[in-house]
Ligand binder design. Structure first.
Ligand code: NAD
Ligand code: ZN
Length: 374
């Protein structure tokens, strides 16, 4: 760092080592160049993925600034930015190259550089934008943003401009959890009117998928979880049936409710035993989307002939399989029309309550924490 005027002072929540509490620290961030934008973070969702990275299920190098559901206001832009202006409201989503075979065919969530751009703890050249006051690099670029901070550096293609008519502090979770759940139902499973749908796990992602399945016209909507308060919320949001899998055999219950098996399912618990149940509970030609993320290397079992003879499909789904520039504004529109009331899932916390938010999320008392930063 030769020229200190190229940096801005920030406060960031740092994860020092595996499983550690978030610690607020005074740091510096480099100003944007080329296609980068500096965003003043107004608020950021906390997603289960932040917590599994804190706990090192995914090997993002630490110490790092995590956070990947940032929303805020464009503060400064690099010289190649053409579509964003200072003052725009943006939702930050995952990074993608925009040039590979998948990006070119409308599948940026499967970008060939996905891991490097989202989980490497640096930019693609291995450089960091955040450092301490004595110039020690801190791992960043988490989901091309690291939004647990007062300012975040992202790129033009993953800072999605949104309407100023909706409070920006609410919209960060559309960048990951809400987009993942809603997109799994709308883009990946393509839930059809009159069909049956089950979410295994009634957390932030599962209930977003449930809301979207309802918007798609599913008529039998089932939620499975082990936390009664989450099942109660699922009912309030439109579940026609709820199952506590601690007290009831969920596969038998689903087969009974759906007369033999469910059409569409979402696995959002991140547990291989639940995936086995999920495949078993599908009806003929049923489809299950996997979004829950277990530790790397986890294997799951299913009966090959059951899958084969039933014509069943298992789909892996990253970030809802949509195009964020199109899909996030569409979700904002559905929200404005009252068809995607994801605000019922959120609870706000202040920046110094990050660890409380993580505990509440882990214990199931809060579905989607949003941390107010600025
Ligand atoms: P969450 O913790 O809010 O939800 C998980 C739910 O599963 C909880 O309600 C929990 O009670 C329930 N559950 C746990 N064990 C269960 C069991 N044995 N039976 C039934 N229910 C059980 O987490 P979230 O934010 O909704 O995220 C869900 C998963 O999706 C996480 O693994 C997260 O890392 C992953 N995720 C994936 C993507 C993606 O792109 N694929 C994006 C965002 C999140
Ligand atoms: Zn996430």
């Amino acid at each position: 760092m030769k020229n200190s005027t190229e940096y801005k002072e920030i406060v960031a929540a740092v994860t020092e080592c595996k499983g550690a509490d978030f610690e607020l620290k005074s740091l510096k961030i480099r100003l944007p160049k080329n296609d980068e934008v500096l965003v003043k973070i107004v608020a950021t969702g906390m997603c289960h993925t932040d917590l599994i990275v804190r706990d090192q299920y995914y090997p993002v190098p630490l110490p790092a600034v995590l956070g990947h559901e940032g929303s805020g206001i464009v503060e400064a832009i690099g010289s190649n930015v053409t579509e964003l202006e200072v003052g725009d409201h943006v939702v930050l989503t995952y990074g993608y190259c925009g040039k590979c075979a998948q990006c070119n065919t409308g599948n940026p969530a499967y970008c060939s550089e996905f891991f490097g751009r989202n989980f490497s703890g640096a930019d693609l050249q291995g450089n960091n934008a955040i450092c301490t006051h004595d110039h020690q690099a801190v791992h960043d670029h988490f989901f091309s943003q690291s939004s647990f901070a007062t300012y975040a550096l992202s790129r033009e293609n993953n800072a999605i401009k949104v309407s100023k008519e909706v409070p920006i502090e609410l919209l960060g979770p559309l960048g990951c959890g809400k987009q993942t759940g809603a997109g799994a139902s709308i883009n990946a499973l393509k839930v059809s009117p009159g069909s049956s749908f089950v979410t295994w796990g009634a957390g932030a992602v599962g209930l977003s998928a449930l809301l979207a399945a309802k918007a798609c016209g599913a008529s039998t909507i089932i939620a499975v979880d082990i936390v009664d308060s989450r099942l109660q919320l699922a009912e309030e949001l439109g579940a026609t049936h709820v199952i506590n899998s601690k007290t009831q055999d969920p596969v038998a219950a689903i087969k009974e409710i759906t007369n033999g098996g469910v059409n569409f399912a979402l696995e959002s618990t991140g547990r291989p035993d639940i995936l086995t149940f999920g495949v078993d509970a599908l009806g003929i030609l049923g489809k299950i989307a996997i979004v829950g993320a277990p530790p790397l290397g986890t294997l799951a079992q299913f009966d090959v002939n059951d899958l084969l003879l039933g014509g069943k499909t298992i789909l892996g789904v990253v970030e809802g399989s949509g195009v964020p520039k199109k899909f996030i504004p569409e979700l904002v529109e559905l929200f404005k029309q009252g068809k995607f009331p994801f605000d019922k899932l959120v609870k706000f916390y202040s920046f110094d309550e990050m660890n409380l938010a993580a505990i509440d999320s882990h214990e199931g008392t809060t579905l989607k924490p949003i941390i107010k930063i600025n």
